[in-house]
Ligand binder design. Sequence first.
Ligand SMILES: *Cc1c(COP(=O)(O)O)cnc(C)c1O
Length: 228
Amino acid sequence: MIKIADKVNLVHERIANACQLSGRKCDEVQLLAVSKTRSPEEVAEAYQQGCRDFGENYLQDALGKISATALEHCRWHFIGKLQSNKTRAVAEHFDWMHTVDRLKIAQRLSEQRPATLPPLNICLQVNISGEESKSGIAPAELISLAEKISALSGVKLRGLMVIPAASNEPEQQRSAFANSYQLYRQLQQRFDGIDTLSMGMSGDLEAAIAEGSTIVRVGTDIFGPRAV
Ligand SMILES: *Cc1c(COP(=O)(O)O)cnc(C)c1O
């Protein structure tokens, strides 16, 4: 079995290669290690190898891990579905929230963000392939939601997050990512401080980087296949 440390290195190499191929600087793309369902020990191993950003989908699982690992100088990103009655824990314990798709969630996060912490960084989730089963706003709703959210003081709008329809075809992957990049550019033109395009996972990070991703969210290729 390949160790987590070696897999982290391999993913960094893939990111570096993809950046080079598309003429981008290596430090333009951040690695978010998706640690949902993984143990505190596995998280610690990735941390030892230099990972400082961790992504979690399940609140209880995440909160236990955040306190069990007590890692310094790292950032926790919430990337799962969130019910509006669960916003407080995210506002109090996370640095980023990638899956905002309703004003109400953003308002609650903003109100519940402790004054002792900097504003919570948020990305709006866009349902870029228009799938019934996926969360996220329609592309046409983006600007009006962003306008309302950018007025809130406890959150800071940083950009977009997308999960395109699964595909093994690089061409199809790239076209969904290219559409996402266009939306990201529109957002940048209208609002200050937009610097984050969260797209690309284990299976498609090369295509995402070629189309302008700034954060890739990688679980399987760092920690191995998930049990569930
Ligand atoms: C689980 C998950 C990932 C990681 O997916 P892998 O294919 O395991 O790399 C990325 N983003 C989101 C939103 C996820 O839920």
